[in-house]
Design a binder for this molecule. Sequence first.
Ligand code: T1G
Ligand code: NAD
Length: 708
Amino acid sequence: MSPSSVPGTAAVCTQHEGDILVVTIDHPPVNALNVDVRRGLLDAVQQAQADARVRAVLIVGAGRAFIAGADIREFGKPPLPPSLPEVCNGIEACTKPVIAAIHGPALGGGLEIAMSAHYRLALGDARLGLPEVQLGLLPGSGGTQRAPRLMGLRPAVELMLSGRHMGAREALGAGLIDRLAEGSDVRAAGLAYVKELLSAGVGVRRTRDLDTLFRDKAESLATLEALRSETAKKSRGLFSPLKVIEAVQAGLDLPFDEALKFERQLFLQCIDSPQRAGLIHAFFAEREVVKVPEAQAAKPRAIASVGVVGGGTMGAGIAVSALDAGLSVTMVERDDASIARGRANVEKVYDGLVAKGRMTPEAKAAVMARYTGSTQYEALAPVDLVIEAVFEDLAVKQAVFAELDRVCKPGAVLATNTSYLDIDAIAASTSRPQDVIGLHFFSPANIMKLLEIVVPAKVSADVVATAFELARKLKKVAVRAGVCDGFIGNRILAVYRAAADHMMEDGASPYEIDAAVRDFGYPMGPFQVSDLAGGDIGWATRKRRAPTRDPKARYVQIADRICERGWFGQKTGRGYYLYPQGARTGQPDPEVLAIIDAERQRAGITPRTFTPEEIMRRYMAAMVNEGANVVAQGIALRPLDVDVTFLYGYGFPRHRGGPMKYADMVGLDKVLDDIREFAKEDPLFWKPSPLLERLVAEGKNFDSLNRL
Ligand code: T1G
Ligand code: NAD
């Protein structure tokens, strides 16, 4: 009998296969549980319940997923019935066996649907998880009650707190599924399994009835107590992880349906938390950021081989990133000693993995077999794309690009990893500026996810598309940036770093500022970051900028005083902090405080105190204001591009969504008020961004600019 869509929804259809009702969810791209799917599922189960011909129900997903969860786009909007708990309870209460057959993602609400079914089968490509905490939520449709009953308490809680996706074989071992099936036809595998269950005469088996947690309740309570204290330490101010623990606790203390109600209350508290808004913004922003005009207008060129010029800190990391993506790499250096060092820098990464047992020597050899080193530019003639990572000097880079222009094949993409230099000027040193682009990696390049794709004036659209395709291959999060000094990230960094320096000279210690920034959610404060990256890099940038610096602009010289002493941070054993015996965590340095006092006297400044709250208001106001300028000048396409840059390249706390999202949540009018207040002291530094002023005047926010 041909499938018929359940009345009122096209997202779910049913088909009778003998005495089995097959319920298929077909809501591309990932069968998210929007209102149509929920209604369709519940109607289908009630239809099966009432239809005497039906002895069992099989639930499958069409396309590439079982169900990727609740429809995240519905959160924050008025809920439409039926709710997902109603659907799950309706499935579980069915008096005829309900079987879920899983392929691809079964995540969040999708796994909750499967756990409310009576039996679960999965194909080998299935990925099961309860990743709600990554969205600032918790499993709000029975997941905190049914998962522990199926998997045991600690494995279930760890799955919910990690947010990880579990493979099918592991899920079988964990008790999440009952059967692992071969092949790729989930419907056929599911039907065969249901027929087997029916012929075995099995009945319904409700997860709520499993007594897993109560066989040794004292042990369950002790395990949960241990998990609570671990989570309290690890969750660093995050709201939902401890709510997961509270919900599971309710499952031990209350009857099942009472515990479900309590779980729902906690879920709604998470929905109301600003962290949910920040994390869901981050989820969609990192997916929207790759939707750039060029990538939609042109097809990428094929990239199978990569050239890297320069085998230093960045060149080696970029080479590893390309090798890890399965590409072949040709590295070119100035001379034999340098290329030997370049190869050693690459091998060092893999030797580290072998030493930790995370890679076999054979696997390392296979990777290094795709690596070639040379001192001859001619070695780059056959490659599809070259990434230059030589000294940060325009003349040196232009000479390199002239060489690349001479040796590289027509159609090769020529990229520079410059941090600050004018890419149009670099492109102009070739006869093919349409093939030149900026690929700004972040150190260490094989670890950091962010890749700024810097688009110069003459580049062709397919080269931009190629860069985004390369980023996808390298598993990087790519952000399109225009050409200016520092592109998106380093340009904005320079401004809020200056605000931090101003506060330091005006009375706040670098340690107070770092502490406030850590409490805000960053892993490190700006002075710790400077010590990690090396104060000499910032010093070189300040010296390069000195000739063009506005003499009227405030310039804090404390960093220069510290660098003049050779105190560049961890690599010299001291910077803003002391790092005795190579320690990675620094100690406050009284000599640095003395240098700061001396600079205050030299500048005629009477120090004052700053509360952590004021430190963050100034730090964020500077970041947001420059972020607005970067958007207004088209250096960033949308505010979300600034957010993704800071989430993936500068350690911005993900639960705050990024600087522009944070400003929307605080209220742009409040941020503008702060800037106007601070401008009374320094109108040159605190010049409100015209875009910020316009949005406030129009009662709009940054999110209103996030759609291209
Ligand atoms: N809701 C709405 N849209 C979704 C979605 C979802 N759950 N999941 C994916 N999309 C969109 C996504 O925005 C993109 O759209 C397209 O689908 C492809 O996604 C009550 C509260 C499933 C592993 O956290 O992890 O259930 O950009 O590019 O790399 O307890 O998407 O094409 O317009 O990511 O192959 C819990 C979230 C929800 C899973 C596929 N579920 N999704 O990855 O493709 S909360 C999740 C993912 C919940 C209940 C709770 C991934 C994926 P567009 P994609 P992919
Ligand atoms: P580095 O000094 O560690 O390495 C530069 C390498 O380039 C050296 O090994 C040198 O031998 C080689 N080289 C110089 N001239 C060459 C030439 N003509 N042909 C071939 N090789 C040549 O520098 P790095 O830190 O890796 O920086 C490289 C580039 O990456 C710079 O433009 C820098 O601004 C940029 N960058 C650096 C970082 C960082 O954190 N270090 C981050 C992003 C971007």
